[in-house]
Structures are given as structure tokens and as C-alpha cells.
Design a protein around this ligand. Structure first.
Ligand SMILES: C[S@@+](CC[C@H](N)C(=O)[O-])C[C@H]1O[C@@H](n2cnc3c(N)ncnc32)[C@H](O)[C@@H]1O
Length: 315
């Protein structure tokens, strides 16, 4: 499959779609992309897509808790030492930005996010983080049609965004276009087929099926993690490596297991309002799942298993 750049007609590392959203200064600004609704290089507007988790205040808090609990796995040994100018695609409420800026003191991060509410919360949150001061900018952009010129950045970070987009190759292709050759990219993505809990929890599994079905229906891909190697290679990244990162909790680590189960329950339930509204699950299934998760949390011999994929490649 050949993937063309969204922002510029043609292929390869071709020139930008339009003017940059901002200069590479350190000012904390929310920058709107001009002409955001114009047709893409293929002459079609990008597909409209839903967002399973929604944009409530609870969801914004959940994203921050999630980033913290997953930090040891997601941010372990990332190749960003000596990097100065990162683009973070799908930056949400700035939860990963805070961690990146803390771990890499030389970094400046440009946060690309299409939802203004997420950006407003990122602005508020990062404004409270002392080490973030003057080290980021916020850009309201669609990741499939970035307005930045080619070669704008020296590193890229993506976390839990590709699962929500209908054309992940297009996002990666655009990201590559704005990266200088030789820049590292890190992509973290879900592989929802790997979820397992014990004791057996049929309502939870029913809910999980509906959760994944719905994500596919609204244009996402709950299994995209397994495809990252292909996707990155297809759009021209080289030295593509993938690592399966697994959470496997049992009686050996009861404290971590309890903490993780609580986080996982929040994650599952974050999709409930949308799944109920779309009539993809019944209230009985949601209630059944709540009871089962409660039982798993109290069972002294419960087991939790889930794997995600982290890919690292070079532009
Ligand atoms: C699950 S959140 C993850 C946020 C952040 N990366 C984190 O780990 O906390 C996914 C974010 O991607 C954003 N997003 C989805 N599609 C996008 C697109 N095409 N362009 C820019 N942002 C997008 C959503 O609005 C949402 O804020």
C-alpha cells in the first residue's frame, strides 16, 4: 500500500500543506490551524470519527491517572536523550507531556491535539507544572493534515491515539513528513485481544466485545498495536522495532494488582455512557461487569493480564 501525505500532494518528504501554526518559540499558545476543513490531498475531507471515552472532566482526570500508572512501562528507556524539539501527536490533556518534560530536561514539546477542550485542560494543567514553564506549545490540529513544514522536529511521541483514528498510516505519514531524517519516533498502542481476568467474568467479556466492536464502528482500531510494525514500515520509517509490554498481576504482587484493577475498572467504565447511549450494551451488562470487577478485586487469587505494543523507529 502506498500512503500519500495528507498535508502535501505527492509522496516522500514533500513540502507542507500550509503555513506553520507557530514559530518554534517557547510561548504557551493555543494555535488554530487555518483552513482546517479544506479537502485533503486526496480531495476528500477526513472521515468523521467518534471518540469512545468522551471529553468529560472525569475523563480528563482519568487520562492523567492513566499516564501516571502506566509511566514505568510507557516511558522506560525512551530514545529522546539530547532531543530538543519534539512533536507529540494526540496529546490530550498534557498528561504525557508533563512526564516527557520531567524525564527529558532539554526537550521542548509541541502538542498536537484536535479537541479544544483537551487543549484548554492541557493549558490549565501544564500551567501548574513548574518544569513545563516555557517548554511547550499547544496546537489545535488534525494529525492527518499537519500544517508544520517538513523537517520541523527532531523526535515524535504518540500514545493511545492511533486506536482512535480511521487512517493511522496517514497520521504516521504526516508525522514522518514533519520529522527531520534520522529522528526517533515512539508509538504506544493497544492490543485489546490480550485482555484476561480470573475469576471468569462473562459480563465483563461481553462488555469488552461491545467496547471493541463499537470502537471499530466509529472508525478506530482496538488491535492497532499488532499492526504498528507494518504501518511504520509502510510509510517509510526504518529500523522499526516493536516490544510487547505486558501487565501480568497475580498473588506475587497483590498491591500492584489491586491498583491496576482499580485503574482498569475506570478505563472500562469510561466507555459506558457512550456504549449505553449507542445501545451497544444493556444496563444489566454494565451492572454485571461492575459486580464482577468488584469480585475480582476482592478475590485473593485473582489474575489480570493485558499487553500493549511499543514501537520505536527512525524517520
Ligand atoms: C486516549 S487520548 C490520549 C491522550 C494522550 N496521548 C495520553 O496518553 O494521555 C487520545 C487523544 O487523541 C486525540 N485525537 C484523536 N484523533 C486525533 C486527530 N486526528 N488529530 C489530533 N488529535 C486526535 C483525541 O482528541 C484525544 O485527546
Amino acid at each position: 500500500m502506498t500512503v500519500r501525505h495528507a498535508g502535501a500532494a505527492g509522496s516522500g518528504r514533500k513540502n507542507p500543506a500550509g503555513p506553520g501554526t507557530a514559530t518554534a518559540g517557547a510561548k504557551r499558545t493555543v494555535v488554530k490551524k487555518p483552513g482546517a476543513k479544506k479537502p485533503t490531498a486526496e480531495g476528500t475531507a477526513p472521515k468523521a470519527i467518534g471518540y469512545l471515552h468522551g471529553y468529560s472532566a472525569e475523563e480528563r482526570d482519568r487520562l492523567r491517572r492513566q499516564a501516571r500508572i502506566l509511566e514505568p512501562m510507557v516511558h522506560d528507556r525512551l530514545p529522546f536523550l539530547r532531543r530538543k524539539n519534539m512533536v507529540e501527536i494526540g496529546s490530550g490533556v498534557g498528561a504525557q507531556t508533563e512526564i516527557l518534560l520531567r524525564r527529558f530536561p532539554d526537550l521542548h514539546v509541541t502538542c498536537v491535539e484536535r479537541n479544544p477542550k483537551q487543549l484548554a485542560e492541557a493549558k490549565r494543567f501544564l500551567g501548574t507544572v513548574p518544569w513545563a514553564k516555557l517548554r511547550y506549545r499547544l496546537a489545535e490540529e488534525d494529525a492527518t493534515r499537519l500544517s508544520f513544514p517538513r523537517d520541523s522536529f527532531d523526535s515524535a511521541f504518540l500514545c493511545w491515539i492511533l486506536e482512535h483514528v480511521p487512517e493511522p498510516a496517514r497520521v504516521l505519514s504526516e508525522t514522518r513528513r514533519v520529522l527531520q531524517p534520522g529522528s526517533p519516533i515512539v508509538v504506544n498502542e493497544v492490543l485489546n485481544a490480550t485482555f484476561f481476568i480470573d475469576p471468569y467474568s462473562p459480563s465483563t467479556l461481553r462488555y469488552w466485545m461491545a467496547f471493541n466492536d463499537h470502537q471499530i464502528e466509529i472508525g478506530g482500531d482496538p488491535f492497532v498495536g499488532a499492526k504498528l510494525g507494518n504501518l511504520l514500515q509502510t510509510v517509510g520509517f526504518r529500523d522499526v522495532r516493536t516490544e510487547v509490554k505486558t501487565f501480568h498481576f497475580d498473588n506475587r504482587t497483590p498491591g500492584e494488582r489491586a491498583e491496576f484493577l482499580a485503574y482498569w475498572s475506570d478505563l472500562l467504565l469510561s466507555g459506558a455512557p457512550e456504549l449505553l447511549a449507542a445501545k451497544k450494551v444493556s444496563a444489566d451488562v454494565v451492572e454485571g461487569m461492575r459486580r464482577e470487577l468488584d469480585r475480582v478485586a476482592r478475590d485473593p487469587s485473582s489474575v489480570f493480564f493485558y499487553s500493549f505494543i511499543q514501537a520505536v523507529a527512525i524517520a
